[in-house]
Design a protein around this ligand. Structure first.
Ligand code: DAH
Length: 345
């Protein structure tokens, strides 16, 4: 009986723990005070048979010593913690909080949006998984246009593993948002459509299977090519500096007529010619043009009353010019050594 009780208390006192001196005192009272549990066992000890007295007496004394030692040990620990706290230098400055950084593509995207918002553009977004109609059909792509080929575009299987012809795909450009905006709003329309686009390309330093674009669209009465040029010149100067020049070269896109590609004077050599601009002094940054009347009509906008311009640029391309990032893959690898460099931006 008494032995069992000693066993039980021995285990308890060996595991005693306390956070402060109050808790240590409470333990002392519980076990060793006049009415404590160990003290009570000494009273029971009187009734132990004489032949057991010697051995149980020693065992009971051991219990008491173990309890006292453990309390002593807890006191020392509490004292050490208190001393440590007293020594704490409250005037020491705190450890600096490690700040995260904005992704360079977000920084560039927001700068572009900010520049165009100053001339009245607002932001519209559209789905990345789109249908053929919004990505190609309504944008005047001929049915046999190569962009509609599996080689260039990712098509989405309607049923997993079943490769049936489908008209659901990952958008290849943000021009698809144009068609969504034009079918749901009436002019005047002045929007910027940022987003991720996908193309079936092998990944290398210069190409990726996904990247980011920003599309611009302005539709109103009497919008002219001169308006387009002026808006783009304003953008180039705001983005790359007041000395920046632009040049528009004739080009072809199914959804604009006339179409052009815009170069800016190389912001690295200032237009004198360097490795970056291949000694030409110019670098291409976007495609643009007057919205083709067919596109306006396919979206339900009267092309006799309204005209408009559109442009589309790659965010990586602009980031590349701004931050001189030579390898496109860095933008999506999440390497902190790369990302940390944008901490102060
Ligand atoms: N969607 C074109 C591309 O991905 C870029 C583009 C060119 C957009 C001309 C336009 C435009 O709005 O007018 O290459």
């Amino acid at each position: 009986m008494l032995r069992d009780k000693i066993d039980e208390l021995l285990e308890q006192v060996q595991q005693m723990s306390a956070k402060n001196t109050e808790e240590i005192e409470a333990l002392r009272i519980k076990y060793l005070s006049k009415k404590g549990e160990i003290t009570a066992l000494f009273n029971d000890f009187r009734n132990v048979a004489p032949e057991e007295k010697r051995e149980l007496g020693q065992y009971l004394n051991k219990l008491k010593t173990v309890a006292q030692d453990r309390l002593e040990q807890l006191k020392e620990q509490a004292e050490a913690i208190r001393e440590q706290e007293d020594k704490a230098d409250l005037t020491r400055s705190a450890d600096p909080i490690v700040l995260g950084s904005r992704h360079p593509l977000s920084l560039v995207k927001e700068e572009i949006i900010d520049i165009f918002s100053r001339i009245g553009f607002t932001v519209e977004e559209g789905p990345e998984v789109e249908d053929d109609k919004h990505v190609f059909g309504m944008l005047n792509f001929a049915p046999e246009h190569p962009a509609r080929d599996m080689q260039d575009t990712f098509f989405v299987e309607k049923e997993v593993g079943v490769q049936k012809p489908t008209d659901i795909l990952l958008r290849t450009h943000t021009s698809s948002v144009q068609t969504r905006v034009m079918t749901s709003q009436q002019p005047p329309i002045r929007v910027l459509c940022p987003g991720r686009v996908y193309r079936n390309e092998a990944i290398s330093a210069r190409a990726h299977c996904f990247f980011h674009q920003i599309e611009g669209l302005y539709i109103d009465k009497q919008v002219s090519f001169a308006d387009l040029r002026q808006a783009l010149l304003y953008f180039a100067k705001e983005m790359f500096g007041a000395d920046t020049k632009i040049r528009l070269r004739p080009s072809y896109f199914p959804f604009t007529e006339p179409s052009a590609e815009m170069d800016i004077s190389c912001n690295i050599c200032g237009g004198t010619g360097c490795g970056f601009c291949k000694q030409t002094g110019w670098v291409e940054i976007l495609g643009c043009g007057m919205v083709d009347p067919n596109v306006l009509e396919s979206c339900g906008i009267d092309s006799k009353e309204y005209s408009g311009y559109a442009f589309g640029m790659g965010v990586e391309r602009i980031a590349n010019l701004k931050y001189r990032v030579k390898d496109l893959r860095l933008f999506s690898e999440n390497d902190v050594r790369f990302l940390q460099q944008f901490q102060a931006c």
